[in-house]
Design a protein around this ligand. Structure first.
Ligand code: GDP
Length: 199
């Protein structure tokens, strides 16, 4: 799939205010600073679509972008930012879990993971929570240009091992670099394939 158009639609904290046209949507989520905005910009070929963060944890909104007039890319607020207060975190959990568990058109959640890090508790907990709720998700490793391929393979293997402690099967795994554009085609084709089955 080629991205011909990518436009901002709406930002809000309520599922009720999300678009109602029933188009399939794909959510992107991960810890603050994982490279989510950079990945969204890389995928859509638009350097300014999602704001790359100077201030992690600041964008606490559900952001809808419409791609090719055909599907929504949803930029969700990052989790696990240490300086966020407990009240903020509780608010985050409430509206994000409401969005993730009630949004009927949500088709896939791309969970972003920093390829340089070994498995992080907060990410494993989030993915386990998605699994328990029956929410379809994929693992997307970011910033792979920042490490050697052997270090990448080691971290991927560790993540797989951790996930297989809880689940019989692994979700789809993508490796990406917003600097080189690696992973763009695979992710867009994956989305396209799902969209085709939904038509
Ligand atoms: P967000 O908070 O998850 O939206 O993260 P950002 O997209 O703002 O990225 C956080 C930092 O990581 C920024 O300094 C980016 O330039 C950097 N970054 C993001 N993705 C990549 C990548 O694929 N490769 C490299 N080398 N740096 C990246």
């Amino acid at each position: 799939m080629k991205v011909q158009s990518a436009e901002f639609v709406i930002s809000n904290t309520e599922v009720a205010k999300c678009p109602t046209d029933g188009l399939p949507e794909y959510a992107f989520i991960g810890r603050s600073n994982v490279g989510k905005s950079s990945l969204i910009n890389m995928l859509t070929g638009n350097k300014k679509l999602a704001k790359t963060s100077g201030k992690p944890g600041k964008t606490q909104l559900i952001n809808h972008f419409i791609i090719n007039g055909d599907w929504y890319l949803v930029d969700l607020p990052g989790y696990g930012y240490a300086k966020t207060s407990k009240t903020n975190r509780a608010k985050w959990e409430k509206f994000i879990s409401e969005y993730l568990t009630t949004r009927k058109t949500l088709t896939n959640i791309f969970v972003l993971l920093d390829a340089r890090l070994e498995p992080q508790k907060i990410d494993l907990e989030f993915m386990n929570w998605c699994g328990e709720k029956g929410l379809p998700f994929s693992m997307v490793f970011t910033k792979i240009d920042k490490l050697s391929s052997s270090a990448l393979q080691k971290n991927l293997a560790q993540y797989k091992k951790e996930m297989l402690k809880y689940w019989e099967e692994l979700p789809p795994v993508f490796t990406t670099s917003s600097v080189s554009g690696f992973g763009q085609e695979r992710i867009l084709n994956y989305i396209d394939q799902i969209n085709t089955t939904l038509r």
